[in-house]
Design a protein around this ligand. Structure first.
Ligand code: TYM
Length: 328
């Protein structure tokens, strides 16, 4: 590790990764890694994902599938640390310590908790409420200053800053302020319900990174649009225009925008061009992923070696944190 600023982010191994995750987070992870300005640490956050119902028999496969997807998108273990959260036990340990300084009322007001608990009424476990504290632990364990995420995570990062201020006030300045890195593409909307964000938990809302060209065409063709040309552009139509831009089809975007303003636009044509550019971007990723999945042992080795590097930093910081809290 050089003395560049630390950048940390995580993704859960729940369901298939979708183009919202890709545009809002992972593509930025890769760009930031390749810029070389930060020490980048990326984690598959398996401890977070077990706070909702999951299939434990399939869980190891899901994790390896996600590792292969991240590598296929361009995460390079020679440039970044990539590891599995549960392999570095200091995450859970620091979460417990931080639990003792954050009032429970702060956690009940988290939008994601309210949303997830209303969708999982039969499994509102303590982990679901504690999710943002574990997330704060992930970030603070490495002295992180930059966190690239989608817009839905900004409330959690605000809470991280509240937690670290409380810690610093009580135990002396140690943690640095955490800055979310949120770019365009940070809020991709659902295709079938464009008032809501694209989400793994809403079937039909997303295009998965492993969808076939046929599936992609079908899903895009079913995306919600309308012909209310005299009102402000609707969320559904705006989302399709945004997707054209994010998939680097500015020319097509501008062409359809003129047609939209003229009220001559045919959404079927826009959708067909959008599907083309999504397929073009995803095809090489899918090919690389299939190659990587042929060698699960190599994937495990990459995660293990990442965990060793991460733990080295984590252990050092934990000693300092525990000293300050009178535990060491
Ligand atoms: P997860 O797995 O739910 O999401 C991974 C990343 O994808 C972004 N994202 C989106 N971006 C744009 N449009 C969307 N529709 C969309 N849906 C998801 C998320 O914002 C996220 O950046 N809690 C985190 C995981 C985590 C984490 C951390 C992140 C755990 N510890 C520490 C940063 C730092 C999450 O939402 O994962």
């Amino acid at each position: 590790m050089t003395n560049k600023k630390i950048l940390f982010s995580g993704i859960q191994p729940t369901g298939e990764m979708h183009i919202g995750n890709y545009l809002g987070a992972i593509r930025n992870w890769v760009n930031l890694q390749n810029k070389g300005e930060y020490n980048c640490i990326y984690s598959i956050v398996d401890l977070h994902a077990i706070t909702i119902d999951y299939d434990q028999k399939q869980y190891q496969n899901r994790i390896l599938d996600l590792a292969a997807t991240l590598l296929a998108c361009g995460i390079d273990p020679k440039k970044s640390i990539l590891f599995l959260q549960s392999s570095v036990k200091e995450h859970a340990e620091l979460c417990w310590l931080l639990n003792t300084i954050i009032p429970v009322s702060e956690l009940y007001r988290m939008t994601q908790y309210k949303d997830k608990s209303s969708k999982n009424e039969k499994n509102i476990n303590i982990g679901l409420l504690d999710y943002p504290v574990l997330m704060a632990a992930d970030v603070l364990l490495y002295g992180t200053e930059i966190v690239p995420v989608g817009e839905d995570q900004s409330q959690h990062l605000e809470l991280t800053n509240i937690i670290l201020k409380k810690f610093n006030n009580k135990f002396g300045e140690f943690f640095k302020k955490v800055n979310p890195y949120i770019t365009t593409g940070a809020k991709i909307m659902s295709l079938n319900d464009p008032e809501k964000k694209m989400s793994k938990s809403i079937p039909g809302s997303y295009i998965s990174l492993s969808d076939t060209p046929d599936e992609i065409r079908k899903k895009v063709s079913r995306a919600v649009t309308d012909s209310n040309f005299d009102k402000e552009m609707s969320h559904g139509v705006k989302n399709l225009f945004d997707l054209l831009l994010f998939f680097n089809a500015k020319e097509a975007h501008d062409k359809f925008l003129i047609q939209y303003k003229d009220k001559t636009i045919k959404y079927s044509e826009l959708k067909s061009e959008l599907a083309d550019v999504i397929i073009k971007e995803l095809e090489p990723i899918q090919y690389r992923k299939q190659e990587l999945l042929k060698n699960p042992k190599k994937l495990k080795n990459i995660l293990d070696s990442g965990a060793k590097q991460a733990q080295k930093i984590a252990m050092k910081n934990m000693i300092e944190i525990k000293k300050r809290m009178g535990l060491y």
